[in-house]
Design a protein around this ligand. Structure first.
Ligand code: OOB
Length: 503
C-alpha cells in the first residue's frame, strides 16, 4: 500500500516530504499567526483564530481520548461546513486516529458501510437524527463533542496514514484512500504556492468540506498552511455565498461547473460587491470552454481549472497562463515528480488515451482492497485514473472522456455498479444497467436501463425503493427506461456505449 523505500527517500531528499505531521503543523501555525483569523463560520459569523483552533483541537483530542479513541482507530466523520469540521480533523490527527470523510449527502447505506468496513470506533455526525444511520457505532453529535483538559499524546509518524478519503468509485462499494501526513501536507502546501496564497488571502469553502477539492486544492488546509483565513459557507448558492464574499472580502473559492454557471448568472443580476474575488477555481468535472470564457469578463476574476482526484494527482492551470490555456485545458500537475503516463487499450504509450499516474502524493493502493488494487494499479505502482486525456506539447492535459464505469453528475461521482446492485434487489427487476446521459447544466445525469421480470414498476415506486435503501439522493437515477434486452459487445457483455447512444 505504501511507496517503496527508495522512492520515499527520493521524495524526502527532494523536499516534498518534510517529516511534518498535521498536529505539529497546527502548533507551529498557532505560534506564528496566533490571533489572526483561521476559520470563520459563515452562518453565525463566529471567528476562530489560529490559537483558538489549536487549543480547541487539543481539548477535543483529550475528550475523544477519554472516550476511548486511540492511535490508528477509525472515526467516520460526517459534518457540514462549520469550523468544528477542522477542530475534529486536527483532534483526530493529534491522537493519530483516522477520520473517514463521509459526505453530507450520504445516508444509512453509505454510513453504515463505512462504519462496518473500517470497524469505526465512533461516528461524528451533525445532529440527533443522524445517529440512526449507523446504529451499531457509538455516535457523537456536533454541539456535544467531548472536551477535556489537554493531555500529552504521542505524535504519529509523518509516514503514517492520517485519514481515509472516499474514492468516486466505479465498483459496487466505494474504496477508501489512505493519505499520509507527509503526502497530503505536501500536496496542499504546493497547491497554496501555485494559487499564490498569502496570510491576506481569504478562502471560501463553498463545496462540502469533506471533499478533497475544498480540503486541499489548496482548500482550507492550504489556506491554513499559508496563514490565511477560511470562511465556511453553509451552502454554495449565490444567495448564501455572495454576501459572504462581500462581508469577508473573499479572494479565492472553488466550485464545480454547474455551480460556476449559477454564480455567473447570479452575478449578472448585480447587487453584491464581488470585487475582492481574485481567483475562481473550477473542477471536479469538465468545465466547457464556452463557460470558461465567461468567468473573467463576468466575475472580474482569474479562472483556474482544476483537474484532480482524491487518490492524489491534481492539475492546475497557473494564474499567469494565457487565456487560451486557461479556457481550453485542465492544467498541468502540481509536482515536477508527478509522472504522467498515457496509454492505449494495450498499455502502449501514446499522447491520447488512458491516464496513469504516480508521484509524491498519489496513493499506491486503496485500503484493504488487495484484489481491486491489482486492477487499479500497474505492477510498478501507477494509478489507473480511468480518465481519457490528451497531452499537449506544452505538457497541459485536456480531459476528453472517461473509461471508468462512473457517472460524473456535476462533480458528484456515481459508481454505476453500486446503483445497479441496489436496483437488482428490487423483486420486479431482472437486469439493470446505469449509464450517463449528457445534460446541459450538470454535464451528465444518470439513466437506469431496466429489464423487468413482468410488469414494469412505476418510476416513482423505484425512486422510493432506492430512497428506502438509504442511498444518497444524488445517486438516485434521474431517468428510468424499460427495455426488453441490452445491446451487447462482441464478447457478449452489456454495451454501455450503445446504451448511451440510445438517449
Ligand atoms: C475531484 O476528485 P474526485 O475523487 O471526486 O473525482 C476524481 C475524478 C477524476 O478522475 C475525473 O474523472 C473527474 O473527477 N474530474 C474532472 C475534473 N476534475 C475531476 N474531469 C474533468 N475535468 C476536471 N477538471 O473531483 C477533485 C479532487 C481534487 C481537486 C479537484 C477535483
Amino acid at each position: 500500500m505504501h511507496w517503496p523505500e527508495d522512492v520515499a527517500a527520493r521524495y524526502r531528499a527532494a523536499g516534498y516530504w518534510r517529516a511534518e505531521t498535521f498536529g505539529r503543523m497546527l502548533g507551529d501555525l498557532a505560534a506564528r499567526y496566533g490571533s489572526r483569523p483561521a476559520l470563520v463560520d459563515g452562518a453565525s459569523g463566529a471567528r476562530w483564530s489560529f490559537r483558538d483552533l489549536d487549543e480547541r483541537a487539543d481539548r477535543l483530542a483529550a475528550g475523544l481520548h477519554a472516550f476511548g479513541v486511540r492511535r490508528g482507530d477509525r472515526v467516520v466523520v460526517q459534518l457540514p461546513n462549520v469550523p468544528e469540521f477542522y477542530q475534529v480533523c486536527f483532534a483526530l490527527f493529534r491522537i493519530g486516529a483516522w477520520p473517514v470523510f463521509a459526505l453530507p449527502a450520504h445516508r444509512s447505506a453509505e454510513i453504515s458501510y463505512f462504519c462496518e468496513f473500517t470497524e469505526a470506533v465512533a461516528y461524528i455526525c451533525p445532529d440527533e437524527e443522524h445517529r440512526g444511520l449507523a446504529p451499531d457505532t457509538p455516535a457523537l453529535v456536533l454541539g456535544q463533542l467531548p472536551e477535556a483538559d489537554p493531555v500529552e499524546l504521542p505524535e504519529p509518524s509523518p509516514g503514517d496514514v492520517a485519514f481515509l478519503q472516499l474514492s468516486g468509485g466505479s465498483t459496487g462499494l466505494p474504496k477508501l484512500i489512505p493519505r499520509t501526513h507527509d503526502d497530503y501536507i505536501y500536496s496542499f502546501r504546493a497547491s497554496a504556492e501555485i494559487c499564490e496564497l498569502t496570510p491576506d488571502s481569504v478562502y471560501l469553502c463553498a463545496l462540502p468540506a469533506a471533499h478533497n477539492f475544498p480540503m486541499s486544492s489548496p482548500g482550507v488546509f492550504g489556506a491554513l498552511s499559508a496563514g490565511a483565513a477560511s470562511v465556511m459557507a453553509p451552502d454554495p448558492s449565490p444567495g448564501t455565498c455572495f454576501p459572504l464574499v462581500e462581508r469577508e472580502r473573499v479572494t479565492i473559492t472553488a466550485l464545480v461547473p454547474p455551480l460556476a454557471l449559477v454564480w455567473l448568472d447570479a452575478a449578472a443580476n448585480g447587487g453584491h460587491d464581488l470585487s475582492s474575488l481574485e481567483v475562481l477555481q473550477v473542477g471536479g468535472a469538465k468545465f466547457s470552454a464556452e463557460a470558461a470564457k465567461r468567468v473573467g469578463p463576468e466575475l472580474g476574476c482569474t479562472l483556474q481549472q482544476v483537474f484532480g482526484m482524491a487518490e492524489g494527482l491534481v492539475n492546475y492551470t497557473r494564474l499567469d497562463d494565457p487565456e487560451e490555456v486557461v479556457v481550453s485545458t485542465q492544467g498541468r500537475p502540481i509536482s515536477p515528480d508527478d509522472e504522467i503516463l498515457i496509454v492505449d487499450d494495450d498499455d502502449r504509450e501514446t499522447d491520447h488515451g488512458h491516464l496513469l499516474t504516480r508521484g509524491p502524493y498519489t496513493i499506491r493502493g486503496y485500503w484493504r482492497a488487495e484484489e481491486h488494487n491489482k486492477i487499479a494499479f500497474t505492477p510498478d505502482g501507477f494509478y489507473r485514473t480511468g480518465d481519457i486525456v490528451r497531452r499537449r506539447p506544452d505538457g497541459y492535459l485536456v480531459v476528453e472522456g472517461r473509461a471508468k464505469d462512473q457517472i460524473n453528475r456535476g462533480g458528484d461521482k456515481i459508481a454505476a455498479e453500486e446503483i445497479e446492485n441496489h436496483l437488482l434487489a428490487h423483486p420486479a427487476i431482472h437486469d439493470a444497467s446505469v449509464v450517463a446521459v449528457p445534460d446541459p447544466y450538470l454535464g451528465e445525469r444518470s439513466c437506469a436501463y431496466l429489464i423487468c421480470k413482468g410488469e414494469a414498476p412505476a418510476k416513482g415506486e423505484l425512486r422510493a425503493f432506492l430512497r428506502d435503501r438509504g442511498i444518497a439522493a444524488f445517486k438516485i437515477p434521474d431517468r428510468f427506461e424499460f427495455v426488453d434486452a441490452f445491446p451487447q459487445t462482441a464478447v457478449g457483455k452489456v454495451s454501455k456505449r450503445h446504451l448511451r447512444e440510445r438517449t
